[in-house]
Design a protein around this ligand. Structure first.
Ligand SMILES: *Cc1c(COP(=O)(O)O)cnc(C)c1O
Length: 425
């Protein structure tokens, strides 16, 4: 029994809504009580009761190097001694920006913020300022943070709780957000035609990973590019998860594409709170103090976050890093497929690089409508069996599993063995 976790959870619930600071952590989608974490090391988490887990959450994406990477920790310790924030520019911001621009040729100029939510919200503002249009198109099942206009048909959070939209979002805001179907370009074209000259931007997760992993169909992104161009709308790639995850240059490198604006977060902060948005110079020049679109942040670009990001991106820039990550992740996928087949279980497994989802009782996984049919109860049962075996999966059917560079073959073997056992019963 996770006695200490349960005690801590009971106490936390008196002070924090649901005992947590982000809803998915509360285990509502899988039942039971969340494990309170005492520390992380490499691919492992240790909970407050001392139990060790192989972790496939990785703080929901940032920890591609694993927990407490010695080089990142050492750099942070050194940086902290020099002060944690100045509210004035530092060389570190330019250093990290250069690393980002090198990986993303579509980004000529960028702005650091403190979360992916801020990045997406601000990219939309930049797009509206540049085009002088108000409406945006997003896709059902895609998540772009919790800002008002983007919390519409937003994937896992809403899916998990059965609330498609959030309370507290004025209908007037949500009304400017048009919702298209992921992997369905006709739905986008229809919206663009019906709202001629009014759409500022199409925002998309180029690899959807917030309804579980749903890869783009071949050609989907290229058609979005040409539709945006034909209608004078900007194309915004939300690469908060896929950036530096599926390749150094994210989905844009993988599919040979250029977005007008790109949103980043997660990995570029190396485990510290960071987001960034950037793109074509003429668009970014609309941002204050150069242009009239206001956007600011007390802790934006702070030295600790920049340092963790710089150290992380430097390590990711070494040769063969993504090849190694692909090999480990492919081994996990093959193991899970074999385990599911041997147990005669009806599952769909999607994977792009180190992002993976195992959907229960879903015949396909190419759209929100398809994955929404997945069996949440079967997942919850599987999740708890895995947890008992020492494997910490994302506590929802509609989330990606994150493999890190710290996972080794033995970790994958243990995970596959545990899943074979869990799927067999
Ligand atoms: C996590 C995420 C965000 C929001 O980032 P936060 O740092 O949690 O605000 C935005 N877009 C995508 C694709 C994400 O996965």
């Amino acid at each position: 029994m996770p006695r200490r976790s349960e005690k801590l959870f009971a106490e936390a619930q008196r002070y924090l809504p649901g005992g947590v600071d982000s809803p998915v952590r509360a285990f509502r989608a899988v039942g039971g009580s969340p494990r309170f974490i005492a520390r992380g090391k490499g691919p492992y988490l240790f909970d407050a009761d001392g139990k060790k887990y192989i972790d496939y959450v990785g703080s929901w994406g940032p920890l591609i190097l694993g927990h407490a990477h010695p080089k990142v920790v050492a750099a942070l310790q050194k940086a902290a001694k020099l002060g944690t924030s100045y509210g004035a520019p530092t060389e570190l911001e330019t250093t990290l920006a250069k690393l980002v621009v090198k990986a993303f040729p579509s980004i000529e100029m960028m702005r650091f913020v403190s979360s992916g939510t801020e990045a997406c919200m601000s990219a939309i503002r930049a797009a509206r300022a540049f085009t002088s249009r108000d409406k945006i198109i997003k896709f059902d099942g895609c998540y772009h943070g919790h800002s008002d206009g983007l919390l519409v048909k937003a994937g896992s959070g809403g899916a998990t709780f059965g609330v498609p939209d959030s309370a507290g979002v004025p209908a007037a805001y949500a009304g400017l957000t048009l919702v298209a179907k992921y992997n369905d370009t006709d739905s986008v074209e229809g919206l663009l035609k019906a709202n001629k000259g009014e759409v500022a931007a199409i925002i998309v997760e180029p690899i959807a990973a917030n309804m579980g992993v749903v890869p783009p169909k071949p050609g989907f992104l290229k058609v979005l590019r040409s539709l945006a161009d034909a209608h004078g709308a900007l194309l915004i790639f939300d690469e908060v998860i896929s950036g530096f995850r599926v390749a150094l240059g994210g989905a844009q490198e993988l599919y040979g594409m250029k977005a007008d604006l790109t949103c980043l977060g997660k990995i570029i902060g190396g485990g510290m709170p960071v987001g960034a948005y950037g793109g074509r110079r003429e668009i970014m020049e609309r941002i204050a103090p150069l242009g009239p679109a206001y956007q600011a942040g007390t802790l934006s670009g702070n030295p600790l976050a920049m340092t963790a990001g710089i150290e992380t991106l430097k390590l990711l820039s070494k040769p063969n890093v993504y090849k190694r990550l692909e090999k480990t992740s492919a081994k996990l996928e093959v193991g899970l497929r074999t385990a599911a087949r041997d147990a005669h279980r009806d599952v769909a497994i999607t994977r792009i690089g180190s992002l993976l989802t195992l959907f229960f009782a879903a015949s396909s996984a190419d759209s929100w409508d398809a994955v929404a049919k997945a069996d949440r109860k079967q997942f919850g049962d599987f999740f708890h069996k895995m947890l008992k075996s020492g494997v910490y999966l994302p506590p929802s059917q509609f989330e990606a599993w994150f493999v890190s560079l710290a996972h080794n073959d033995a970790d994958i073997d243990k995970t596959v063995k545990a899943s074979a056992k869990a799927l067999a019963t």
